[in-house]
Design a protein around this ligand. Structure first.
Ligand code: FES
Length: 140
């Protein structure tokens, strides 16, 4: 039997975490191919609908990552993201999903190593959780 390989959709802020993913690549740091990266200009632009749509259409988990608090290029986008993620986690719990399936992190442009470690850790955690039940119950 083959091991479960989760699909994780990642929304990365262009200015910090997406740049860190470039740095991880050029530094030859490896992370699993389970992650599907979507570049956003800011975590504040991650509409909750995008997270829900990703989970409904096959993602086992969602990772949102951007600039550290105080470093957002749009001043307070990451604070908005933090509030939205808190509410989304509550909603996911009510749907019966583990809140670990949604994660928000701050990874700066020079933190390629932290990015690789974060992805590796999240993939391991989601493997332990198993496939998301919501995608198997949805007919779209
Ligand atoms: S610009 Fe990076 S989180 Fe807002």
């Amino acid at each position: 039997m083959t091991e479960f390989e989760p699909t994780i959709v990642a929304f990365f802020c262009n200015w910090c975490t997406y740049t860190a993913s470039d740095l991880a690549g050029t530094s030859r740091l490896s992370y699993p191919p389970n992650i599907k990266i979507i570049r956003m200009m800011c975590t504040g632009m991650v509409d909750p609908k995008y997270v829900i749509k990703a989970l409904l259409e096959g993602a086992d988990a969602v990772l949102i990552s951007g600039c550290h608090p105080g470093d957002c290029h749009y001043i307070n986008g990451n604070y908005k993201a933090r509030r939205r993620v808190k509410l989304l986690k509550e909603m996911l719990k009510r749907f019966g999903l583990e809140e670990e399936r949604l994660r928000l992190t701050w990874i700066g442009a020079s933190d390629g190593l932290q990015l690789a470690e974060t992805i590796n850790t999240m993939v391991d955690q989601v493997k332990k959780l198993g496939p998301s039940e919501i995608k198997s119950t949805m007919v779209i």
